[in-house]
Design a protein around this ligand. Structure first.
Ligand code: WTA
Length: 664
């Protein structure tokens, strides 16, 4: 038996079970499985009543809602629609006059290790002042604001300030290219852009503002009236008179009091772009009320967050995890959280462990990719092994963004959590707004590699192609059968695509997650088996294969055709593998190497460095059926270095397989 099949086996017959620590089983918000089942039963019995209760208990409404769920225009569901509130008031103002007001909200650690703390009271003042600056520039309720910022206090302030005045933010991860930013500015119709001159990552100063300049120069961005620039470093950047303002200029003279604007519960808090099956990224639109409710509730249920906790979610604010579990959830829960500017490997691969020790982090939430790369580093250099650090402050660990393999899970559990801390393997998506399937630290017995059970109120199930339930032990399509408050509302500007992507008719109106899953025969635990569409997950980042293909064929002088597939990778989970047909004779050796590099850099410019293919293989053609369809499953086998066992008799050009297999 080969190594790869034994790894697969260890994933399938995982029978180690880790019950919750006794103290958590006694004291957690949801303590014990009976408490979990009781909440599930409450939701089953009176679904709307369950959500209405939570919404009344967890949020402060400026106008109470009288209707919970409105399904008249399904699948465009509305929650708490006649209620009004403000997200920023629910994260900041509500703590004023309570012991939380003087508590540290943010512990910011910069790339170089310097630390800045901001209390809730100070954060409210900064958000309010920034909100006033936005208002002074004419940004109004309902306007879209694009945020292209480093991980920073200022980034969180910018998001909260938009929420405060009812402007809809659209944060774009600082690693995306000018072209990607341009596309998003136009799609969102942004009136303003908030950015920084540079960002610091791993000791390097990387430009942000010049990328915005480049994006705006691409044309069609007349909607953007202002660019606000945070001067993160002393290096100057170009400023366009009449359009660009530094933070200092914009904030000068602005009051640090700004009444929050009351908005309807369905008011779009933000639009966040993510990759789908087709070339164009989708602007996932979230609500204010339902979204914030789940951000707050999951902080308490999944992380059992307590006043004395120091929470750290390592995700960037450019991704959904950084929205829900940095910019909103921890603040709504009144937690102290760490915000980290840098990268886990700078100045060395002990940075995370050092920071946990330094700030006495108690709830730590990161991605399997980071864990796997730190395992690799600790294997080769004992000085960066977590055992060298005092991690005794930790009480709960979390994982997000991609499946965590049982080997990485066990290492995380033993070496980081000291076999004391439950690991919550949280399954969710940009579209779900917050966790949907996850263990509860004080209730769920853990099985490595399994995200275990749906949260109360989330009607997750596994079905076949026509929406019929599938028995435990058999793989199928992951769906959520009923709408829930924090779900995606629509795709910005494309309601038809929203319906087609997430509510295909044959699935009985269920929400289609886009992942395959299987429930274990014994416990009914969910295990995610990976995307069932053309979306790859590289280091926890979603990438559409078609998006990368479109980028490659846009290099019209060189590329005739391209097909992109994923293959497993030890560190990044999946790696991008591109098959390319050039408009010139098949390159060999050094020439092939050079062209491959040229194409990688091209993709980095078109989308961003995260989309660079790891492998590029050249062929004179791609394997196609006689009707001209590219046979991706064959490409997947070649990418994995597997022997082709599939039937190739329907192939137009079988010889091409050999050529592609050898071209690496
Ligand atoms: C994958 C990130 C297995 C999944 C929050 C999903 C996971 C996609 C897990 C969403 C997990 C996320 N186990 N797979 N715990 N969490 N995924 O939108 O394929 O960036 O559909 O949201 O990541 O990625 P997104």
């Amino acid at each position: 038996m080969t190594t790869s099949s034994s790894t697969i086996e260890s994933t399938l017959i995982e029978n180690r079970v880790f019950p919750p620590p006794e103290s958590l089983a006694r004291t957690a918000r949801i303590a014990g499985m009976e408490a979990y089942h009781a909440l599930c039963a409450e939701a089953e019995k009176d679904y709307e009543g369950f959500w209405a209760r939570l919404a009344r208990e967890h949020l402060q409404w400026t106008r109470p809602f009288t209707r919970t769920l409105d399904a008249t225009n399904a699948p465009f569901y509305q929650w708490f629609a006649d209620g009004e509130l403000n997200a920023s008031a629910n994260c900041l103002d509500k703590h004023m006059g309570t012991p939380t007001e003087n508590k540290t909200a943010l512990i910011f650690e910069a790339d170089d290790g310097s630390v800045t703390r901001v209390s809730y009271k100070e954060l409210l003042a900064r958000v309010s002042q920034f909100a006033n600056a936005l208002k002074a520039l004419g940004v109004n309720k309902g306007d879209r604001v694009l945020i292209y910022m480093p991980m920073s206090i200022e980034g969180v302030v910018a998001m909260q300030a938009c929420a405060r005045i009812g402007a809809t933010h659209s944060v774009v991860f600082g690693g995306f290219s000018a072209k990607a930013v341009h596309e998003r500015i136009i799609d969102a119709g942004a009136v303003a852009v908030i950015t920084a001159n540079y960002q610091m990552r791993g000791g390097k100063e990387l430009p942000l503002k010049s990328i915005i300049d480049e994006a705006l120069a691409m044309g069609g961005c007349e909607c953007v009236r202002n660019v606000l620039v945070y001067q993160r470093t002393a290096t100057p950047c170009a400023m366009v008179a009449g359009r660009d303002t530094t933070f200092d200029e914009a904030l000068a003279g602005q009051s640090s009091v700004c009444p929050p604007v009351s908005v309807g519960a369905e008011h779009p808090l933000f639009v966040l772009y993510t990759s789908g099956s087709t070339g164009k990224p989708k602007g996932v639109q979230h609500s204010t009320g339902g979204y914030l409710l789940w951000a707050k509730v999951t902080m308490e249920w999944t992380f059992d967050i307590r006043p004395e906790d120091v929470f750290w979610c390592t995700a960037d604010i450019g991704w959904i995890t950084g929205h829900t579990y940095v910019a909103y959830g921890p603040l709504a829960a009144g937690a102290t959280q760490i915000v980290f500017e840098g990268v886990p490997t700078y100045p060395n691969a002990a940075r995370f462990w050092q920071m946990i020790e330094r700030h006495k982090c108690s709830v730590f939430y990161t991605a399997p990719t980071a864990i796997r790369s730190l395992i690799k580093a600790a294997d080769t250099d004992a000085a960066v092994h977590p055992s060298r650090f005092d991690l005794s402050s930790l009480r709960i660990l979390g994982s997000v963004g991609e499946p965590i393999n049982p080997e990485a899970w066990m290492w995380y559990y033993k070496n980081v959590g000291g076999e004391r801390c439950p690991i919550v393997d949280t399954f969710w998506q940009t579209e779900t707004g917050g966790h949907v399937i996850t263990p509860l630290p004080g209730a769920t017995p853990l099985v490595p590699g399994s995200c275990t059970l749906p949260l109360p109120g989330i009607m997750a199930a596994i079905v076949d192609e026509v929406g019929n339930d599938i028995p435990n032990g058999v793989g199928g399509i992951l769906v959520i059968k009923r709408p829930w408050p924090s779900m995606i509302r629509t795709i910005w500007g494309d309601p038809e695509r929203f319906k087609k992507s997430y509510f295909p008719e044959e699935l009985k109106g269920y929400y289609l997650a886009g992942d395959g899953a299987v429930r274990s025969a014994d416990r009914g635990y969910f295990r995610i088996t990976g995307r069932i569409d053309d979306v790859l997950n590289v280091s926890g980042h979603r990438m559409g294969t078609m998006e990368i293909e479109s980028a490659l064929v846009a290099k019209t002088d060189l590329v005739a055709e391209a097909a992109v597939v994923g293959r497993p990778d030890d560190v990044t989970g999946e790696a991008i593998c591109a098959f390319v047909v050039l408009k010139r004779p098949l390159p060999k050796g050094e020439e092939a190497h050079q062209i491959a590099n040229e194409l990688r850099n091209w993709v980095a410019k078109e989308i961003g460095p995260i989309a660079k293919p790891k492998d590029i293989r050249f062929g004179e053609n791609l394997p196609k059926t006689r009707s001209g369809k590219i046979m991706r499953r064959l490409l997947r086998s070649i990418a994995r270095g597997e022997a082709i066992t599939q039937d190739t008799s329907t192939l137009e050009n079988p010889a091409i397989l050999e050529q592609l297999a050898q071209s690496n």
